[in-house]
Design a protein around this ligand. Structure first.
Ligand SMILES: Nc1ncnc2c1ncn2[C@@H]1O[C@H](COP(=O)(O)OP(=O)(O)OP(=O)(O)O)[C@@H](O)[C@H]1O
Ligand SMILES: [Mg+2]
Length: 343
């Protein structure tokens, strides 16, 4: 048996559109171990949601959607499963939490019924047992007066409580893996903190692995074990939280760290200039080349693949050989660019 719960290999999701083929995900590899929290980070539009929805086979069912590669879950390729088999896996073995809780909640049913549905469908639990489980899950996610709240409808819940309700639903069948796509983005700051505390609790109390898609590097630093950095449909760097925050090797990762507030980073924020490439007119070489302060000839000609760095399991897709000290050099390059502009 593999030590990995899930291995995603060369996953590609392409959409055929009138403008051409959109390569939203274009050869993504990552692995998740039991109990591990993997963060997927990257700018808007880089393919994070399409990756997670492809894994869950929520994408790939329409004529213009093409998925290739492998998603090995307990060694079996989810991409070969029948829609029926996938319905059984979703919610039971792998569950998903979306950004907007109303994607998962039906306004016409009370929250308890919707949570109870999970054990009723997947475990054939009788009505009483399923309801008891719903109340238990609401308790677990910190909803006050869970017995009463279970009888209420989504509109009677606050935003944060709705997202907790969705997380309760995702936990109801004791999944191996939870994929959470920006679970806190739609919430206000105090509620975000509550939901993150809940994830912290889950990390400590459940056996489940979590794939957390987020824009928030602060959350990553605090909560996650490993990080995959995506850019224009590909993973450009992967490693432990320490690898990514303390010794980043890809100029894009460095740019990302410089452009968002990260605990402990007191430097002035410097956004990455320029835009990611158009996904249906991708360059031949490195996709970050156009924005990279260290761009070389080779970068324009050939796409780099993820290669090991000095640390085990820390990989980066970049042609620069000597990546040590790149972090410092990057800062220098960017501030001089800035002053050139001012002059
Ligand atoms: N059905 C579709 N047809 C064509 N293009 C699509 C389709 N779905 C997604 N895309 C494109 O795929 C790219 C990746 O989208 P995705 O939603 O995965 O981004 P993301 O990284 O999750 O961004 P965000 O951080 O904003 O949520 C985007 O450019 C998007 O426009
Ligand atoms: Mg998204």
């Amino acid at each position: 048996m593999s030590e990995y719960l899930m291995e995603v290999k060369n996953l590609a999701t392409h959409f055929r559109t009138q403008k051409g083929v959109v390569k939203a995900v274009d050869g993504v590899d990552f692995k998740v171990k039991k109990r591990e929290i993997l963060a997927i980070v990257g700018e808007s539009g880089c393919g994070k949601s399409v990756t997670s929805q492809s894994i869950m086979r929520l994408i790939g069912n329409k004529k213009n959607e093409e998925i290739s590669g492998e998603v090995l879950y307990h060694g079996e390729n989810l991409l070969n499963k029948s829609p029926h088999a996938m319905r059984n896996i979703r919610g039971k073995d792998i569950s998903m939490v979306f950004q907007d809780p109303m994607t998962s909640l039906n306004p016409a049913y009370n929250v308890g019924t919707q949570i109870a549905e999970m054990p009723a469908i997947h475990e054939k639990a009788d009505k009483k047992t399923a309801w008891r489980r719903a109340v238990e899950m609401l308790t677990k996610v910190g909803i006050p007066s869970p017995k009463d709240r279970a009888n209420q409808y989504p509109h009677q819940f606050s935003g944060g409580m709705r997202q907790r309700g969705v997380i309760a639903m995702s936990l109801a069948c004791d999944p191996d893996l939870i994929i959470a796509d920006e679970p806190t983005t739609a919430l206000d700051v105090t509620i975000q903190a509550q939901v993150l505390n809940l994830f912290r609790k889950l990390r400590d109390e459940t056996e489940a692995a979590i794939v957390l898609i987020t824009h928030d590097l602060g959350v990553v630093a605090e909560l996650c074990d490993k990080v995959a950095v995506m850019y224009a449909g590909k993973i450009v760097e992967q490693g432990t939280v320490e690898d990514i925050f303390d010794r980043p090797k890809h100029p894009y990762t460095i740019g990302l760290l410089n452009s968002v507030p990260v605990p402990g980073n007191r430097e002035r924020l410097q956004p990455i200039e320029g835009q990611p490439p158009n996904l249906h007119e991708l360059p031949e070489g490195c996709r970050f080349a156009e924005r990279c302060p260290f761009v070389m000839d080779q970068c324009l000609k050939q796409q780099p693949e993820l290669e090991p760095t000095d640390f085990e399991d820390h990989t980066a897709a970049c042609w620069i050989e000597d990546k040590g000290g790149l972090y410092e050099r990057y800062k220098g390059t960017r501030s001089s660019r800035r002053s050139e502009k001012v002059l």
